[in-house]
Design a protein around this ligand. Sequence first.
Ligand code: RB5
Length: 145
Amino acid sequence: MIAIGCDHGGFELKEHIKKHLDEIGEEYKDYGTYSEESVDYPDCAAPVCRAIQDKTADKGILICGTGIGISIAANKHKGIRAALCSDVYSAKMTKQHNNANIICLGGRVTGRELAFMIVDTWLATEFEGGRHEARIEKIHKIESE
Ligand code: RB5
């Protein structure tokens, strides 16, 4: 299950992505925000990160205006590897190499159709493991310091 969330800057793109997920048959839960009224992106990242931490969801999509603030906030949560992507190659590599469990998008940066391709690519790509597993372990070690 995908946990999806956004701030006001990502609201419009989130609604389009939800429609796209419906069309491709991907299950998701919307953790808000639910309008274009101004909110704080760290508050929007937190419920999606918690859903992954408690295994309600196995992955997440977060969107703010640029994707930057919400990715910075998400990456402060233990066990979260949130990748801001604005191209398809990065979306593929961040699953293959970083096993990113959240993909972040900029609602004011990335067009709708490209955003769909980024999400689809990230969903379809498998983590390679091996040497990349050891690198992720090093990140987890930093988290516990
Ligand atoms: C909100 O105006 C904007 O700052 C936010 O959506 C995001 O782009 C922050 O990084």
